[in-house]
Design a protein around this ligand. Structure first.
Ligand code: ATP
Ligand code: MG
Length: 436
């Protein structure tokens, strides 16, 4: 250190700051999601950001990319293998089992929002710390539950104004359907082994279904003629898939059947879906999910059917920024003052207004009025309150409506006396602003 000039510390690769300008988008999405989940009787759940590594190894599957390559795993000071959660379904299911939510009977409808961690190559829409919003319905094997969760995702995205969305849908069947299909797929692919991309060669024995969504051109050509999973669905699985599709039709949700759609995590059964946006480029999937009827049991709980999804919020923000500014909550007053007595009164006035439920920003600069007025204009407030030396002596203020420039004098106490009337005036001024 001695005499060294220290460089400033930078955020780590694959992480980013969400600065106040951008936070407006996040709060908008969070508010919309919270309202929508409440309307549908989903309750929020918050689980730890790090968990026992075994939870993900057992829940997501050793052969997946997420567990095999992407986890942030470390040994803590107590020698426990600990992992920053790469997704949250496993954590929610652990909490469901551990806290006896299953014993409460009936259906649990849950949602969450928070950071996830995957060691990936960062690029547009792909980070190492990223945020997911998710919904999980535990305890229902009714295909209407699949329809309900999918509709929630669709409504949320559409309610935010997104267009150009498409949804892919598939059924990956149950465990025995998949075992039969897996055998057929491996038998088909093995003669082409040397022509597959390196990743797919590696997956041929570990996780052959994932070869179906390889991005490699030659692999895709080979896969195009591979047997279809749909031909391996049992009559029961087929019936279930038909009923899921029926519920989507009932809800007027359009989708494209994609027999190549398999999800990255092992625990999916039956329904699998992804919602993509044509406006996102390479990382096009905003939301992915499906049914995971085996997971609760696999993690040591009672056999419990379940369905859910996770939405990538960074990708959603990219889309929303392309559409325009986030709706801002309206701001009431910008308070400017000049001179010691006026400054002291302005400080008190701003606080008194906030206690009455108004929003008020106090200019702390002490600069000339002209400069303070400029800031008032840029602040987004509806009105400016002005306290100069004369006003300080008379205990008054000037109220200037920033859109019209109209100004009126008030006693400081009088302004605070009738908050209902003041609120109404603000509303009228705001309406006039939005008409202009
Ligand atoms: P991808 O194919 O893009 O890697 P995935 O199948 O790994 O996605 P899921 O595990 O299904 O993704 O997660 C659901 C959603 O979370 C994705 O559709 C995406 O929107 C988002 N997501 C996943 N990984 C990342 C990441 N590293 N950075 C940002 N968002 C991500
Ligand atoms: Mg991934």
């Amino acid at each position: 250190m001695d005499g060294d000039i220290m460089g400033s510390i930078q955020s780590l690769k694959g992480t980013r700051d969400i600065l106040p300008d951008e936070v407006a988008y996040w709060q908008w999405v969070e508010g919309a999601a919270r309202r929508q989940f409440a309307q549908a009787a989903y309750q929020e759940i918050r689980t730890p950001i790090f968990e026992d590594t075994a939870l993900f190894a057992r829940g997501i599957g050793e052969a997946t990319d997420v567990v095999g390559k992407e986890m942030y795993t470390f040994t803590d000071k107590g020698n426990r293998s600990t992992t920053l959660r790469p997704e949250n379904t496993a954590g929610v299911v652990r909490a469901y089992i551990q806290n006896g939510l299953a014993a409460k009977g009936g259906i649990q409808r849950l949602w969450y929002s928070g950071p996830m961690f995957r060691y990936e190559q960062p690029q547009g829409g792909r980070q190492r710390q990223f945020n997911q919003l998710g919904a999980e319905v535990l305890g229902s094997k009714d295909p209407r539950a699949d329809g309900e969760v999918i509709a929630l995702a669709q409504d949320l995205l559409q309610g935010l104004g997104l267009v150009n969305l498409t949804m892919d849908l598939n059924s990956v069947g149950d465990r025995s359907d998949r075992a039969a299909y897996r055998e057929a797929l491996v038998a088909y692919l093995t003669p082409y082994k040397d022509d597959l991309d390196a990743d797919s060669q590696d997956r041929l024995n570990r996780n052959p279904l994932r070869i179906l969504d390889s991005k490699d051109r030659r692999t895709q050509e080979i896969v195009a003629a591979a047997p279809n999973l749909s031909a391996y669905l049992s009559p029961e699985s087929k019936t279930f898939f038909d009923r899921v599709q029926q519920s989507l039709s009932d809800l007027n949700i359009s989708y494209r059947l994609n027999p190549r759609l398999v999800r990255g995590l092992d625990y999916y059964t039956h329904t699998a879906f992804e919602i993509q946006s044509a406006d996102l480029g390479a990382q096009a999937t905003v939301c992915g999910g499906g049914r995971y009827d085996g997971l609760v049991e696999q993690l040591g709980g009672p056999a419990t059917p379940a369905v859910g999804w996770a939405m990538g919020l960074e990708r959603l923000m990219l889309l929303l920024k392309g559409l325009g500014p986030a709706p801002q909550s309206a701001f009431d007053f910008y308070v400017v003052s000049r001179g010691e007595a006026a400054q002291a009164q302005a400080l008190k006035l701003a606080q008194a207004l906030r206690r009455q439920g108004f929003s008020a920003e106090l200019d702390l600069s002490g600069s000339a009025f002209a400069k303070q007025f400029k800031r008032a204009d840029r602040s987004g407030a509806v009105a400016c309150l002005i306290l100069g030396e004369d006003e300080a002596i008379a205990q008054t203020l000037q109220l200037k409506w920033l859109s019209s420039g109209q100004q009126a004098s008030y006693g400081q106490a009088a302004l605070l006396q009738d908050p209902a009337a003041l609120r109404q005036q603000l509303q009228q001024a705001r309406a006039a602003m939005s008409e202009a």
